[in-house]
Ligand binder design. Structure first.
Ligand SMILES: [Zn+2]
Ligand SMILES: [Zn+2]
Length: 388
């Protein structure tokens, strides 16, 4: 493995940074301590630092030479509302909060690269280190984009990473095109006319309408989505009624959709509304329908993904880079940045083998052994892309 020596020598310090962040987890948009620590460290390296972007987001900018080329490197800073089960010294000090997704490690790897690149300036152009808040479903990437991330810090391409438990240490995985699904939540609120359970003729029964809507929704993926596309539509909530002898006034249906193409998500949104409204109106029940897009599909741009694979292979050799990694139905909000700017998001092995502790588990911990590898990867991306 061809680690950058200066980064490898810094392994102990990187580990201390990571474990300090791990011990002080903060939820999305509340990353005050983490953002302050990141900003102060970037300043101490000699970066130009911009705080408060999209809430608690931070951008550190580094320039070298007279080149006009630009790129971005992104990390996420938020933790999860999970009570940590680990008992090691660097366990969470904040009750009910935990770095159970390894964002403490992602933040440290990007800081490690920023430190090295600030010292060596072995590149020609501008690199922006992006530390985003609230990746875990609260819309931190979208908030930074809407706060003008790409207008204020123009960049030709942007790169992100996520650790993957079960993928051995020293290995990378990625795929070009759709890699993670986009997703949304929907609510269908039905209003009928309540009546005595023995006098159905006086009612407009929302339970009968809800039942038929749930059944009819099963036709959306089966009959409307192109069989060559992938989609999921799951009804996960269904509430109505209290008494045995009362036909209730209302019923509510809720659920989630996932798909790898924006167009498919739009189709799902549209068809759920049409089916709910059509079925309900035939039964004399009115519908209030709401659909919330939570994540866009994560789409890796082909050239950037090949470049990321080439850089990873230059460090760990081609044998340890899976360029045809799996596409998964889970979501990631770096998708909002990739929607604006071409780039690539890849996985770095967190080790542990198949069946090892997954992310979002109370026993999870980021593997400090891979910190120098991640920092080397980000540094080499910049040194090669912005070659002098
Ligand atoms: Zn997560
Ligand atoms: Zn994560």
């Amino acid at each position: 493995m061809k680690l950058i020596e200066a980064i490898a020598k810094n392994h102990k310090e990187l580990t201390e940074w990571r474990q300090d962040i791990h011990a002080h987890p903060e939820l999305g948009f509340e990353e005050e301590r983490t953002a302050k620590l990141v900003a102060e460290r970037l300043e101490s390296f000699g970066c130009e630092v911009h705080r408060g972007i999209g809430g608690t987001g931070v951008v550190g900018t580094l320039r070298s030479g007279s080149g006009t080329r630009t790129m971005g490197i992104r990390a996420d800073m938020d933790a999860l509302p999970i009570q940590e089960a680990n008992t090691f010294d660097h366990r969470s000090r904040n009750d009910g909060k935990m770095h159970a997704c390894g964002h403490d490690g992602h933040t440290t790897m990007v800081l490690g690269a920023a430190q090295y690149l600030a010292q060596t300036r072995n590149f020609d152009g501008t690199v922006h280190f992006i530390f985003q808040p609230a990746e875990e479903g609260l819309g931190g990437a979208k908030a930074m984009v809407e706060d003008g991330l790409f207008e204020r810090f123009p960049m030709e391409t942007v790169f992100g990473i996520h650790n993957r438990p079960g993928l051995p240490m020293g290995k990378f995985a990625m795929r070009s095109g759709p890699m993670m699904a986009g997703g949304g939540f929907f609510d269908i609120n039905l209003t009928g006319r309540g009546a005595h359970g023995a006098r159905p003729e006086a009612s407009a029964d929302p339970i009968v309408a809800a039942s038929q809507i749930v059944t009819a929704l099963q036709s959306v993926v089966a009959r409307n989505v192109n069989p060559q596309d992938t989609a999921v539509l799951s009804v996960t909530r269904l509430h109505s009624g209290e008494a045995y002898n009362v036909i209730p006034n209302d019923a509510t249906i809720g659920g989630t959709v996932r798909a790898f193409a924006k167009e498919t998500l739009q189709l799902l949104e549209q068809r759920i509304g049409e089916i709910a409204t059509g079925v309900a109106s035939g039964l004399g029940v009115s519908v209030d329908y709401q659909f919330r897009l939570i994540f866009l599909p994560l789409i890796n741009e082909a050239t950037a993904t090949k470049f990321a694979g080439d850089v990873a292979a230059s460090i760990v050799s081609e044998d340890n880079v899976n360029r045809e990694g799996p596409a998964i139905m889970a979501s990631e909000d770096f998708s909002y940045m990739l929607n604006e700017c071409p780039g690539a998001y890849i996985n770095i092995g967190n080790g542990g083998g198949e069946g090892s502790c997954e992310v979002h588990n109370p026993g999870y911990d980021f593997n400090d052994q891979i910190l120098p590898l991640g920092a080397t990867y980000f540094s080499r991306l910049v040194e090669i892309k912005l070659k002098r």
